[in-house]
Design a protein around this ligand. Sequence first.
Ligand code: ZN
Length: 160
Amino acid sequence: MSSPSSEKKSPVKKPAFPGAKTDAQWKKLLTPQQFYVMRRKGTEKAFANEYWNNKKDGEYRCAACGHPLFSSDAKFDSGTGWPSYWKPLNDESVVTQDDSSWFVTRTEVICANCSGHLGHVFNDGPQPTGLRYCMNSVALKFKPAEPAKKATTNKAASHD
Ligand SMILES: [Zn+2]
């Protein structure tokens, strides 16, 4: 089968993933659906997923490791049935790499912390980036924004 590792030099410098784990470890941590998408690059069903139509304010984090990925500020209705964003939360949120499966070359988007597969990015998104990060809901965990102000004081009666 495979020869023992005799100091292999990888041609591409891969980013280090501090949150990386083995498949055996992920199997214990993830649901079967999460494992299928995040570790086997699967795709969940359009529209039949949790966040495609979520319009609440908040932050979308990696379902596997909790790494912050996207903000609701950059979410838009792409009409695809998957949660879509025109940019990641910041430069350290996600990593992109070529994905040549399915006979087409697409750009895969993975979590910058644990390398979990999240979805793909396309060039037909809205301005200002023109990008469409097409994500799987099952790879995301939504954290609703804190309410801006809590009206704990007694309600103002002067409200005519
Ligand atoms: Zn992650």
